[in-house]
Design a protein around this ligand. Sequence first.
Ligand code: SF4
Length: 349
Amino acid sequence: MLNLSEKLVAPLLDWYDQGARILPWRSQPTPYRVWVSEIMLQQTRVEAVKPYFERFISALPDIEALANAEEEILLKLWEGLGYYNRVRNLQKAAKMVQSQGDGELPRSPEALQKLPGIGPYTAGAIASIAYGVAVPAVDGNVLRVIARLQASEESISHPAVKRRVQQQLEEIIPLERAGDFNQALMELGATVCLPNGAPDCEHCPVRRYCEGYDKGIAAFLPVKEQKKKRREEKRTVFLLLHQDQVALAKRPPEGLLAGLWEFPSCEGWMSAARAEQYWKEKGARVQSVEEIGNAKHIFSHIEWQMRGYVLRLEDPLEDYQWVNREQRQSQYALPSAFVAFSRWLDKQE
Ligand code: SF4
């Protein structure tokens, strides 16, 4: 396996200079904007992130605003992006930054990594892009590009491989353009050296240095270990309606979708008769029950297979938040796991 070469750096930067994508966080790459964008991008595609980023930054333009934002507003701004711990950690970190130092994000990757939600990759991205610190930012995209460039058949899931790539990049990262170099590698991984199958080698600025291309094995790289199969969980979701309102419940403070609003649900699939009985036992006066179909949602380790029922009630049950359409859409952040049921409601009203 070859070492990464400094020869790669110039063609990669030239290519980046000529055609870098215009992205909202790239204009004015302040530490705050880079940080918010990198957290949003952790589990979400660039195109999907763009409108969320604009909305988030205009509502919460700086660390102070983020630290002081009410939780419901914060969650509403994140609604649809999923993985809500990301935004909760953003706020925790903003509060720490406000209370500890000069109110600015730290500059060093080590100090950045002490903040909630910031790992080595995000710390590298913020330090290099916003502050120009010569430190790599190594994520799955970068590992894929490097594995192909080096024709490496080692698993990129191994921490030792990641450490070695980090070291190799530290040796070649240009001191004057560290942020651009990291972004160029990310850009190459996102637009040319694509995941899941054939990379677009014909348009690659570093093809002549690419061992994977040379050996004809790039499309088969990188090697990854098999992921564990997701656990499947059946759930029944209830849209409890009373007049123009629907019932929302708050999820427990710990675990999956912690503390978020949801339509009441329970484990397992129920028949319509069982669903009616279930709510009668809770004291509901049920007027009608209607099955509205199934939906699926995939989390990182669990897949929910949901069956939905609409129950019309004569009176609202206590212990639930009863909201009308306008309140549900403007004030309550419902996780995207429930989007099929929200849409069903939207169509009815
Ligand atoms: Fe990736 Fe192909 Fe470029 Fe190699 S030549 S880095 S495999 S796009």
